[in-house]
Design a binder for this molecule. Sequence first.
Ligand code: BEZ
Length: 255
Amino acid sequence: MPEIAWDATLYDKQHHFVSDYGADVLQWLAPKANEHILDVGCGTGQLAAQIAESGAIVLGTDASADMVANAKATYPTLSFEVVDGTKLPYQENFDAIFSNATFHWIEDQNALAEGLFKSLKPGGRLVAEFGGKGNVKSITDAITAAAEQLGLSNQVITNFWFFPSISAYTTLLETKGFEVEQAWLFDRPTKLLGEEGMYVWINQFAQHAFKNLNNEQAESIKNLAVEILKPNYYINGEWVADYKRLRIKANKPKA
Ligand code: BEZ
């Protein structure tokens, strides 16, 4: 996973749409009372809390200690742990695994998929949504174009997210033993809050792009990228990011 400094407070204030949209995915999960459910990449815990309202017993995990501390403080009766998604330490503990807006951050997708399969009980289900092929392409293209215009294209990095096609991702799951029940790749234009919304998004989520640059160079690219995006993505005073989601439901066969 790229080294991102996650700021749980900013995330909740500025980017709470991540969990707001995630509520829709819960319909695919359809949690039931007393099921054991793992939420991989729980962030500040809102969706784990919604799952728990069904009476399910939820464990929320996240690689960020800041996120987990925030989740524990907000939902003291729920369980949260700092766990790296590529090192899930579970063995057939869960009836279901849920994940929203997390898998695209994970570099070792083989380790993740193997860990998910191992963590599920036979007959268990995985429901996940994350960035799919083409996700935020306008933003990465704008960062690339800005870096080119400023003569900095050799130092900027924009390929650190995992945004697979349906076929690439379902094939990966099948090689690990899953049976894919549903897969959906869809556009989900996403509003970013405030006049500075696009700058704030790039600053928070694309930090890794600028790790080989000094602060002045990074700021020049961010500001120019925002200018490049403005004509098409700042509409009636609101920023919109071109999100594309991949939503999947896959099952571990019954023993
Ligand atoms: C996403 O949820 O699609 C996403 C969020 C931050 C960076 C990249 C993608």
